[in-house]
Design a protein around this ligand. Structure first.
Ligand code: SAH
Length: 254
């Protein structure tokens, strides 16, 4: 079968974060599939078609891209950040697993990108310098009780926690509830980083303490990193602070 599907990570927004491999995969595609605002970031290339769809249509988008690739086309489907982190690569795998046998014969490649938590961490120091985990706060695809259980386990075990999808228009209370939950396990002084629209013109980074985190605005374009009890803040005059987690850990003492 001659069709080809590349699942391409665009990074957090700044074109300098787009890898040469991603750029080459985009240039080689006859058609591009993706969430409209992600496609809008890309230069148009003559002869290349675009199929934009809504954020919550990932399964249908993946199936449409697979159908076109199965018909022999060279197709790229794009994700912000890394396509394997809460994004399109899993959606494509789900469709391949459930779909017609011919889709298993397609040439499928995943092209990695800089995921939001790494971009945010790099802007502020090294908060992910020791053990960490990533959680999506979206309860569209999992029950809220499971999210609470994972927050308890992660904070209780001393992980730094990266929170993706903290808030959306249809999920207004989840972020505040997650912060309340984490306060059960972590000191009030735990550093919390809000990285908004990193790599875009309206980028903004804030560092607060856990007792004040619930009132700090997060939105759909914000990635939140909640420190562990070991995470430290170095204040610097005239410069933004450095937040880091030392490489060595002692006992979990929570
Ligand atoms: N695949 C993406 C994540 C998709 S989930 C990645 O690897 O980054 C969408 C969530 O990612 C957003 O709600 C936000 O929490 C985070 N995010 C994506 N782009 C971001 C950016 N430029 N700055 C901060 N957070 C971002």
């Amino acid at each position: 079968m001659s069709g080809h599907l590349a699942i391409v990570g665009l990074g957090p927004g700044d074109p300098r974060y787009l890898t040469p491999e991603a750029d080459a995969a985009l240039a080689a595609a006859q058609s591009l599939y993706g969430y409209g605002p992600y496609l809008d970031r890309l230069q148009s290339r003559s002869g290349q078609s675009r199929c934009a769809s809504d954020n919550r249509e990932e399964g249908a988008r993946a199936a449409a891209a697979l159908r076109e690739a199965a018909a022999g086309a060279s197709v790229a489907i794009v994700s912000g950040g890394d396509p394997g982190v809460f994004a399109m690569a899993s959606a494509v795998c789900e469709e391949i697993e459930a779909g017609p046998e011919t889709w298993r014969g397609l040439d499928v490649i995943v092209v990695p990108g800089v995921t939001a938590m790494l971009a945010v961490a790099a802007k502020i120091g090294a908060p992910l310098g020791h053990d960490f985990c990533a959680l999506s706060l979206s309860d569209n695809l999992k029950p809220w009780e499971l999210i609470e259980r994972r927050l308890d386990a992660a904070a209780g075990a001393g992980f730094v926690i990266a929170l993706y999808n903290p808030v959306s228009r249809l999920r207004p209370w989840q972020f505040g509830a997650a912060i309340d939950r984490l306060r059960r396990h972590l000191p009030a002084s735990t550093p919390v980083i809000f990285g908004r629209a990193v790599g875009r013109s309206d980028e903004h980074i804030d560092v607060v303490t856990l007792d004040r985190a619930g009132v700090t605005a997060a939105d759909m374009a914000t990635l939140v990193i909640v420190g562990s009890p070991a995470t430290r803040v170095i204040r610097r005059s005239g410069r933004s602070p450095l937040v880091y987690t030392p490489r060595a850990a002692a006992e979990v003492s929570l």
